[in-house]
Design a binder for this molecule. Structure first.
Ligand code: GLC
Ligand code: MG
Length: 567
């Protein structure tokens, strides 16, 4: 869909009188999702680390900005080798984050406010400090094959024992680590402190279902499934693990990218697990009632694979495989790039499943204000909320927080930390994040100017734009997106991106976003005269002013506007 020859009147009239019911949109289909990184969101007890009571105290803020559901990065007990993605106990709260009572109170408060809680489910691996791994080391009953163990090979030349295969871990270095006690290698996709589960063991699968049950019974509304592409690895019938071919992408033999992951990524069995869990979630819902228990899947995987996550024709799985296409956007991005990345998703996922979601940032990637540019942060907020489907915002991006490069010590920093600095609430000590003397990562010194409190009072602030967009997302024009004529989008020029959303009553919204640093001219977009309803700080126009789109109009550098027309 490159330009805008849409909205043929007869089609719209047809839509208007047929069942164009916005109510048929399930909660996760057109939602405003918000990711909280618990360490960095709000510290209630002054130890400099965010916690559950802190989150509870800020839930009203999520309500204020129009969030539907919030997903929390892991909150479970963990030695924090991978900041909580290395779980030592799947049904215990990390003590620094609080207690199970704190968790229950958080869920209760969220539900009271009409917010949903999504937990991060990390089924690929545990911590090496997990009881299950300790039992597996000792080959205790049933736990013997709970993880992936192997003797390795004897190098013919040196006579030395070497790992079973050349597989590298995602974070670099061999994916096999020798365990002295058991006298075998174990496999780990990530850190050596994150041994991978052996999914061919029915007991592993049972344990994981028990974990899901535990949290569902405590009122959790959905799960974000971690690291889906990494579930299974190929083990040949003779019990060996085949070497992966060299990719040619890097000369560094320790890098994950050194090999092409034909045996350790996107194995066909991975989706079977999603189907299994979906069946379980649907059954739980049938028994207990309530809203759809959605499954968000984290996967940096080819679109065809993601499509099968949803539905492969015989089974249904994750409703929301995260769309990371916009994570690729850099400060050189043009409207054409956005169009191409949007089409890449929509051509497959919209066509097959009528579903879309737009992730703009997360804890593993540079923040949009840094990655795409501060001048375009508001624009991307508007675009990700105006496209059909669900938007996914990482905490702090709603106020345009940038990355902060921090000095790394071996214990306090990994390469993904710049986007994990404390939330900037106000201009008081530690940005209102913590009353403590220090914080686990430094607060960005820009907090006195860039914070929630300040942006509340500024008409065109990033926060106000976020709020206006999440509010618009709840209106008929933005919910009625499954019918023909409900939306269209595309690049009008190299730099100008347009999105049109149409309600059953023909009310129309039109986003015009100038990605470039030049004035852009647009001629004869439509015969309508529309009203400015949202304007970014780069716009010379006032909210409430009218514009005749049958005439030539100009967009200032980086200007983004939302226009409205009603019959
Ligand atoms: C996912 C998480 C990442 C974590 C990894 C291993 O990619 O987003 O932060 O390190 O899984 O669990
Ligand atoms: Mg704390």
């Amino acid at each position: 869909m490159s330009s805008v020859s849409l909205l043929v009147l007869p089609i719209l009239l047809l839509c208007a009188c047929s069942a164009f019911a916005a109510s048929e949109v399930d909660w996760w289909e057109a939602a405003t999702l918000y990711q909280i990184y618990p360490r960095s969101f709000m510290d209630s007890d002054g130890d400099g680390v965010g916690d559950l009571n802190g989150i509870t105290s800020r839930l009203a803020f999520l309500k204020e900005i129009g969030v539907t559901a919030t997903w929390l990065s892991p909150i479970y007990d963990s030695p924090m080798a991978d900041m909580g993605y290395d779980i030592s106990n799947f049904t215990k709260i990390y003590p620094v984050f609080g207690t199970m009572e704190d968790f229950d109170a958080m869920v209760a408060k969220a539900h009271e406010l009409g917010l949903k809680i999504i937990l991060d489910f990390v089924p690929n691996h545990s911590s090496d400090e997990c009881e299950w791994f300790q039992k597996s080391i000792k080959r205790e009953d049933g736990y013997d094959d709970f993880y992936i163990w192997d003797d390795g090979k004897i190098d013919a030349e040196t006579g030395k024992r070497v790992p079973p295969s050349n597989w590298n871990s995602v974070f670099g270095g061999p994916a096999w680590t020798w365990n002295e006690q058991r006298q075998q290698y174990y496999f780990h996709q990530f850190l050596s402190k994150q041994p991978d589960f052996n999914f061919t063991s029915p007991m592993v699968r049972r344990h994981l279902i028990e974990v899901l049950t535990f949290w569902l019974e405590r009122g959790v509304d959905a799960f974000r499934i971690d690291a889906v592409p990494h579930f299974y690895e190929l083990r040949l019938a003779n019990g060996t693990y085949p070497d992966e071919p060299v990719s040619g992408l890097t000369n560094d033999t320790t890098k994950h990218d050194y090999y092409t992951h034909i045996y350790t990524k996107d194995q066909p069995e991975n989706i079977e697990l999603l189907y299994e869990w979906r069946e379980f979630l649907d059954e739980f819902q049938r028994q207990h009632g309530g809203d759809t228990l959605a499954m968000v899947a984290e996967a940096y995987a080819p679109i065809e694979v993601l499509s099968d996550y949803i539905n492969n024709g015989t089974h249904v799985g994750s409703q929301l495989p995260m769309n990371f296409n916009f994570i690729q956007l850099r400060d050189t991005a043009t409207a054409k790039d956005v169009e191409r990345l949007a089409n890449h998703w929509m051509d497959v996922m919209w066509t097959r499943h009528k579903t879309a979601n737009w992730v703009i940032g997360n804890h593993d990637n540079s923040r949009p204000a840094t990655r795409i540019g501060e001048k375009r942060a508001d624009m991307m907020t508007i675009v990700t909320h105006a496209l059909p489907g669900t938007s996914v915002t990482y905490y702090g991006d709603e106020i345009g927080m940038p990355d902060l490069a921090t000095e790394c010590t071996p214990t306090n920093c990994d390469f993904r930390d710049p986007e994990r600095t404390p939330m900037q609430w106000d201009s008081t000590k530690n940005a209102g994040f913590s009353a403590g003397n220090s914080t686990w990562l430094p607060v960005n010194p820009n907090y006195k100017l860039l914070n929630v409190q300040r942006q509340r009072g500024v008409a065109r602030s990033t926060l106000q734009i976020f709020k206006s967009m999440s509010a618009l997302k709840k209106t008929p024009a933005f919910r009625a997106f499954k019918e023909e004529g409900g939306f269209s989008y595309g690049a009008l020029t190299e730099q100008v991106f347009q999105i049109v959303r149409t309600a059953p009553n023909l009310e129309e919204y039109r986003v015009l976003a100038n990605f470039g640093g030049q004035v852009e001219r647009l001629d004869d977009l439509t015969n309508k005269t529309m009203e400015y309803v949202i304007v970014t700080s780069h716009s010379p126009h006032r909210v409430g002013a009218k514009v005749d789109l049958s005439k030539r109009i100009y967009l200032m550098p980086y200007e983004t506007v939302v226009l409205r027309w009603a019959a």
